[in-house]
Design a protein around this ligand. Sequence first.
Ligand code: TRP
Ligand code: SF4
Length: 323
Amino acid sequence: MPRILSGMRPTGSLHIGHLSVIQNWVALQAQYESYFAIADWHALTTGYADALDLPALRREIALDWLSVGIDPEQSAVFIQSHVLEHAELHLLFSMFTPLSWLERVPTYKDQIQQLGQEGKDISTYGFLGYPLLQAADILIYKADAVPVGEDQIPHVELTREVARRFNYMYEPVFPEPKALIGKVPLLPGVDGRKMSKSYNNAISLAASPEEIWTRVQQMITDPARLRKDDPGHPEVCIVHKFHEIYTPEIEEVRENCRGGKIGCVACKKNLAANLDKLLAPIRERRLYWADGKRVDKVLQEGAEKARVTAQETMKEVRQAMGV
Ligand code: TRP
Ligand code: SF4
């Protein structure tokens, strides 16, 4: 079976904006030997100065993944720092990776600037190496493909370059993995800004029906509609943006809005019902996994499985490099 590896940083509970990437993993896990890493070292590269509660954050993201339908019978779900071989491979890669390759990764300078404005100094050695550590995550499993969102393409590209250089300089150990980009709908937060936990405008994957309704009520609608029979303009309405993604009968929504045939409250109720259909099975699975011992067991077994593959690769790497 071909292999995939993907990962996320544990930085807080996930929201529906993250859902399509994880659903993509769920769809792939039957066709690929799958590895899903909770990238806690990557979280430290930017969060080293915060008091990150990594043990809680790691368990939280594992619970989110499992609730969406990652199946530990099929996939190895594990914590990056539990497989120390990633760090060794990162170190060995650092010997022959030109600095310029890392400095020109588009996220590098942007992030230093952006996080600098938020008062975080990430002009560190660790942050420069962020994409190289990611290359080690991927290549140590000889992954054929990496299912990620579009923002990660430059990192997969660097991974391919590192693989190529290694294979050329030493021995042909690594396949060149390709990015598998699923369709990720661009989802605004309920206030129209980017959906983010820190803006308090996100719909959590764990949201109850009441929490979903609270969020949907906060969505900004067409300000021109004062009365129920005023004709509306769905293009300017956040509720409509969500209907576009989650409501199959989108034409009907538009017609009812434009024709003044439905009030905004009723239109929001329909959306909330559809969101609840999406999240109900996730909430259900979360109940099963709420027993923390089950999650810990998954993570332990996942690391054991990952370690076997990682150790096999490291034997070849050490031999190729003469260490
Ligand atoms: N950089 C990824 C992100 O921010 C997380 C990540 C770490 C990752 N290691 C990975 C993604 C390996 C794919 C493969 O989302
Ligand atoms: Fe938005 Fe629906 Fe109101 Fe139209 S009817 S403005 S789509 S909430």
